[in-house]
Design a protein around this ligand. Structure first.
Ligand code: NDP
Length: 412
């Protein structure tokens, strides 16, 4: 039985809170804390109504502020803190966990606000301190990173002596009926997609122009979709943890309409993350004042909120790993393990679309793995460093069933 503190009250946190409350045999005490307390209260009420769980607590906290976090953690004393705020807050939350003796889990690696760049080194630097404190930090426990890394660990444990080629394929074949919207936090999403592509080959990183490499890939129950090579964070730890990998890449589908809007957003400077000065009229009409705004943050304020996309979202996501290597029998084999998730089913269960669902469910399962003693390992660890079996078992029970195909044409 465990006490869990969820930080954030956005799309992913909404799904995780529902799933945590659905598993009251593991989670018996829940708090939701975020920057805007009213959102936490609304979420707690919705979760209690949907699941029958009683007594979810809420709090306001600025997760950029270590002292505020320390005060909250000291008072609530969670067994595990589930960080579902933004990647900018990872380090402050990890620091507060260390100061108060809390275990930690997140779904995205740290990214500084003023630089569109992510890598694990900032969080891996905390390894020794977590280890010495006897605390477990679980990094990247969403779908990708998260389930894709656990699929890889499962393939290595059960099917391959040597994983040689890994392609993570992420297709969103849903239609939300908006001209342009992102499926999770627009600021984080646009930063990720507009940066240079990167993949691992023959022991080194190969850089590409943004969205330079693409090809049609066929997704189960969906068909062919144009898929673009992106830099994605799980590749960084997977090539270290599976050194037999000769090439590792990540692919994501985008429609022409999405790409057209993205190009315009970039061309007109709205994806900029540096501050610009803007002369804004005062709300009381008495004049103007010079204010500083970050164009991408302003854009986020006018784009559709990913949390509001669920109601009319049709279609499904399909995310998986396509692997080639030397099997347990010593011969070459191919393997494809994937999940398809329906946006409508996700919405009916949690009020959120499939992308939030596929992230929030694994975050809950990761916390469950820790609280049930299956994933307790002092230090800072990526999810593939834990036993994949109990996690894979829960995926089937918690709404993200997986499927395996053996010795097929991987198209890659
Ligand atoms: P949202 O923007 O919907 O939610 C973010 C939440 O964090 C909001 O409630 C926001 O509060 C809160 N927040 C932001 N800054 C602070 C702060 N300083 N202090 C306290 N709370 C803060 O994002 P999503 O739910 O879409 O995404 C959540 C996380 O999940 C992100 O890190 C994202 O990168 C990750 N993700 C991971 C995926 C995976 O597969 N691994 C896939 C999709 C997302 P407020 O509402 O007041 O702004």
């Amino acid at each position: 039985m465990g006490k869990v503190l969820i930080i954030g009250a956005g799309g992913v946190a909404t799904v995780a809170a529902h799933k945590i409350a659905q598993n009251a045999n593991v989670f018996n005490d829940i708090m939701i804390a975020s920057r805007t307390k009213a959102k936490c209260d609304k979420l707690a009420a919705a979760v209690e109504k949907a699941t029958g769980f009683k007594g979810i607590q809420t709090a306001r906290v600025d997760a950029d502020n270590v002292a505020e976090l320390v005060a909250l953690f000291s008072e609530y004393k969670p067994d595990i803190v589930v960080n579902l705020a933004l990647p900018y807050q990872d380090l402050t939350i990890m620091e507060a966990c260390l100061q108060t003796g809390c275990n930690y889990l997140d779904t995205a690696n740290y990214e500084p606000k003023d630089e569109a760049h992510f890598e694990y080194s900032w969080q891996w630097a905390y390894r020794e301190r977590f280890e010495k404190a006897g605390l477990t930090a679980i990094l990247g426990c969403g779908f990708d990173p998260g389930v894709t890394s656990i699929y890889t660990a499962y393939a290595a444990k059960h099917h391959f002596n040597e994983i040689q080629y890994l392609d993570i394929v992420d297709c969103n074949a849903g239609d939300h009926h908006k001209a342009f919207a992102t499926n999770f936090n627009p600021e984080i999403n646009i930063r990720e997609i507009t940066q240079k592509g990167l993949y691992w080959e023959d022991g080194k990183w190969v850089e590409t122009e943004p969205l330079e490499i693409h090809k049609d890939l066929t997704y189960p129950e969906i068909g062919p979709r144009d898929s673009y090579l992106l830099h994605h964070e799980e590749i960084e730890s997977l090539v270290i943890n599976y050194p037999t990998i000769k090439r590792a890449r990540f692919w994501m589908t985008f429609g022409q309409q999405y790409l057209k809007h993205l190009e315009v957003i970039q061309n007109i400077g709205m994806s900029r993350i540096d501050e610009i000065e803007y002369e804004a009229p005062l709300a009381d009409g008495t004049g103007t004042a010079k204010v500083k705004i970050v164009p991408l943050q302003f854009l986020k304020a006018v784009l559709p909120n990913p949390q509001d996309l669920g109601e009319n979202y049709e279609g499904q996501t399909s995310i998986g790993c396509r692997i080639r290597g030397i099997g347990k029998d010593g011969n070459e084999h191919t393997y494809y393990v994937y999940n398809n998730c329906s946006h409508r089913a996700a919405y009916e269960e949690t009020g959120m679309q499939g992308v939030s669902y596929t992230t929030g469910v694994p975050a809950m399962i990761g916390a469950m793995m820790f609280l049930t003693g299956k994933w307790v390992k002092p230090g800072v660890h990526n999810v593939e460093e834990f036993d994949p079996d109990p996690f894979m078992e829960q995926l089937n029970k918690q709404g993200l069933p997986w499927h395996e195909l053996h010795d097929i044409d991987l198209e890659l």
